[in-house]
Ligand binder design. Sequence first.
Ligand code: FE2
Ligand code: FE2
Length: 275
Amino acid sequence: MRLLFLGDLVGRSGRQAAVDVLPGLVEANAIDFVIVNGENSAAGFGITEAILQEVLDAGADVVTTGNHIWDQRDTLVYIERQDRLIRPVNFPSGTPGRGANIFTARNGARVLVVNAMGRVFMDSLDDPFTAVERVLDSTPLGEVVDAIVIDMHAEATSEKQAMGHFVDGRASLVVGTHTHVPTADHQILPGGTAYMSDAGMCGDYDSVLGMEKDEPISRFLRKIPSGRFTPAMGDATVCGVAVEIDDRTGLAETVEPLRLGGRLAQVLPTGWKAC
Ligand SMILES: [Fe+2]
Ligand SMILES: [Fe+2]
């Protein structure tokens, strides 16, 4: 099966670029399953139910999140009825929503999507490794599901790489989000799990992590907030990673980055059409 994962949508620019490009991409390249990280899609902070619906309508099968999941207060309520919205699995027990769920892809494959959040330079949550282990134990690849994707939402590349190797051979893809910059280390790990430290944001790269530059620069210079962070509104680059998964084993056959539009050099997976 063919799977596409897009990194954090940042603000209207990133969201619109992804929504514009997804239907054509899915159609032209026979993509079986699409996952999008939506934690910054509502003006940089969280995701509203209307935006979630917009992203799902454009062709996303699942929307993952991260530390910004609760920035929009309503999310605590509507996440209970939106089973395609996934929050980090290692929040304390009793947290609303789900950290993992099983979905059916367009080719009929059963896909487990897990969202985990790192703890290095981030809020202290439950151990993400133990939490992921628990999910994989109850939903083994090749038995209960045909593919497993883990969105490892973390600041430290060390923690993301450790998660990749921790589940190597037991998941189809481990992809990092949160740092908003695409990395060049996409590879298939020795056990067959596709890995990339950061898919990169879908957003305007003439920015500081998708935000207008002035306020972040000012805070670095003066250490005093002088305004709010607002998303940069220039043309966005849609960034992500594409994986071909062996239908028999659930492990990766190929992993390639995708970068479309905006300021970054354009990259299409081998044989793909832009639209
Ligand atoms: Fe983010
Ligand atoms: Fe984040």
